[in-house]
Design a protein around this ligand. Structure first.
Ligand code: ADP
Ligand code: 5GP
Length: 192
């Protein structure tokens, strides 16, 4: 990256449906000097999602163009033909404002970012209380087709085996407790 300014980042990873987006949204309202890194992706927006706020929805061609332009610090085909990536420009933009970058990325992406940023990163794995509860949450969210639910649940099995490679495993059973713990971890990390 060409940035002169560097800073800290907090990484949230988890299998889809574990609750990381919910926790990240909560933390963004807590005056912790965090700013969300808006990823790029190739999928269509969900009804409640806004382009440039939740994601940069580039479509497959736009995503490919961004890869060719070397715009990503990391990117993954997270699900078959569904691409997601972290834009270098997002990190630069946030550090320029002297804020802490907060990432919501898949498990492999999270581990890649942790490797890149080393001690400047706090990597948190959000763990669902059980595999069955994960499926319940994914279904309850009502955003995926049956086929996509199956894909996400199958990927979750592998993702759960990576939990101990993160700095902290945050069990998201009681949402309020998980949010409080996440806030405490970030406050500690800010002091370092
Ligand atoms: P992710 O970003 O990890 O895919 P979401 O934040 O979208 O997951 O959460 C998946 C679903 O589970 C959402 O409908 C959310 O409201 C719900 N949820 C999140 N945390 C909890 C919790 N602790 N208990 C019950 N439901 C939860
Ligand atoms: P969703 O389609 O549910 O929004 O996201 C699917 C998965 O892609 C989630 O695990 C989410 O964290 C992940 N994801 C979102 N942005 C990025 C990114 O920039 N890089 C990577 N590697 N994964 C991402």
């Amino acid at each position: 990256m060409s940035t002169a300014k560097t800073g800290k980042c907090v990484i949230f990873s988890a299998p889809s449906g574990a609750g990381k987006t919910t926790i990240v949204h909560h933390l963004l309202g807590q005056n912790l000097d965090l700013e969300f890194s808006i990823s790029a992706c190739s999928r269509e927006p969900r009804p409640n999602e806004i382009n440039g706020k939740d994601y940069h929805f580039l479509g497959v061609d736009g995503f490919q163009k961004a890869i060719n332009e070397n715009a990503f610090i990391e990117w993954e085909e997270v699900y078959t033909a569904n691409y997601y990536g972290t834009l270098k420009a997002e990190i630069e933009r946030i550090w320029e404002k002297e804020k802490i970058v907060i990432f919501d990325v898949d498990v492999i992406g999270g581990l890649n970012l942790k490797r890149i940023f080393g001690a400047n990163a706090l990597a948190i794995f959000v763990q669902p209380p059980s595999y069955d509860e994960l499926e319940k949450r994914l279904r309850h969210r009502s955003t995926e087709t049956e086929d996509k639910i199956q894909q996400r649940m199958s990927k979750a099995k592998t993702e759960l085996t990576h939990a101990d490679e993160f700095d902290f495993v945050l069990v998201n059973d009681d949402l309020e407790k998980a949010c409080l713990k996440a806030k405490e971890l970030i406050l500690d990390f800010k002091q370092k």
